[in-house]
Design a protein around this ligand. Structure first.
Ligand code: KG4
Ligand code: ZN
Length: 342
């Protein structure tokens, strides 16, 4: 018997729907919202309006690409939070309506947990080894930077997290200062390939334990640019690759330093990364190099599963379905992580 899940993701500015059959991805459609680009960041009200326009065509395309009829869906899994409330409401309302009209079960997914679960997405003919419990996940996105221990699919413990900005935010904010387009992370990554990562030194935080901080780096980056621009008004334009490479190296060093500490503290050597910043080539190379050095077994999610997507929601839904973890129609979206379980 097949178990078919429709996954819906609308937590921020990507409208996505995916079909997962028995843990295997059949389709994963993502409509990215270009409207925010000119504002240099996501505008919540515009995001929820765009989700409303996109949700039906995106789900329809996901069903067609998977060659699955809507009455074959056993359960619809949606992102309950954390995220932008107006955006979450669109996905949650659609999922409830879909479940009511088709008789499918309803499953809520925690967006952060789902990012981690992106490591479990399988594809026909492209089967890959899956992380073994317990494992550590470095979850790095535009809104979160956390080190999480996964003892089982639904048993997660955050053992380190940022006390201010997220890693993706550090990329995006520093990119904005350089006049690069939004979101800045992928742009910095591209320029960094041409630059010298030792060209500039930016300050690294001195935070005890496994927590992170990125606000000091942002300030140090800003002050460096301000001072150099006084001497040479063309400084930024003439140094983009070196600035990007040095910035990226600093962020990667900060991230991996605490990951090494977390592995030593817990004795866990199964390591995964997840979230938008997990697409960063510098981070992927650094974690891969550490696997040799530290004897870790490292699992890197495919690029298209690092940023927001519904396949990760669908796969989370699949594992919840197997455990009978359904939710009722009166479930409400939660903007904050603290208000939601796994
Ligand atoms: O997970 P995600 O799509 O959305 C959130 O849940 O936040 O992550 C988006 C973040 C943005 O800050 C973006 O700049 C960053 O991921 N990002 C990258 C790269 N690709 C996306 N940062 C660095 N290098 C990349 N290649
Ligand atoms: Zn995300």
């Amino acid at each position: 018997m097949s178990t078919i899940i429709l996954g819906i993701e609308t937590s921020c500015d990507d409208t996505s729907a995916a079909i997962i059959r028995n843990g295997y991805m059949l389709s994963n459609v993502i409509a990215s919202q270009e409207v925010h680009r000119k504002y240099g960041g996501v505008v919540p009200e515009l995001a929820s309006r765009a989700h409303q326009q996109n949700i039906i065509p995106v789900v329809d395309t996901a069903l067609r690409q998977a060659n699955v009829g809507k009455h074959e869906i056993n359960a619809v899994a949606f992102t309950r939070g954390p995220g932008l409330l107006g955006s979450l409401l669109v996905g949650a309302s659609f999922a409830k309506g879909f479940a009511l009209s088709t008789g499918a079960k309803l499953i809520e997914a925690n967006h952060l947990h789902a990012h981690i679960m992106s490591n479990f997405i399988q594809e026909e003919g492209k089967e890959k080894p899956l992380p073994k419990f317990p494992f550590l996940c470095l979850l790095v996105s535009g809104g979160h930077t956390q080190i999480i221990v996964l003892r089982d699919y639904f048993e997660m413990e955050i053992i380190g997290q940022t006390i201010d900005d997220a890693a993706g935010e550090a990329f995006d904010k520093c990119a904005k200062v350089m006049g690069l387009s939004y979101p800045g992370g992928p742009v910095v990554d591209r320029h960094a390939r041409e630059g010298d990562r030792k060209a500039f030194r930016f300050s690294k935080p001195n935070i005890a334990g496994l927590d992170y901080s990125f606000s000091g780096l942002k300030t140090s980056f800003l002050y460096t640019l301000r001072d150099k621009l006084k001497e040479d008004p063309q400084f930024v334009d003439n140094n983009i690759p070196n600035l990007c490479a040095s910035l990226q190296q600093t962020i990667v060093d900060i991230l991996t330093d605490k990951l090494v500490k977390a592995s030593a503290a817990t004795g866990i050597t199964e390591i995964t990364i997840a979230g938008g910043v997990a697409a960063n080539s510098g981070l992927r190379n650094a974690v891969t190099a550490l696997s040799e050095e530290k004897g870790w077994t490292v699992y890197l999610p495919e690029f298209r599963f690092t940023t927001d997507n519904a396949a990760m929601i669908g796969v989370t839904g699949y594992f919840k379905y197997l455990k009978g973890m359904f939710c009722a129609q009166d479930v409400v979206p939660a903007a904050r992580f603290e208000d939601i379980g796994v």
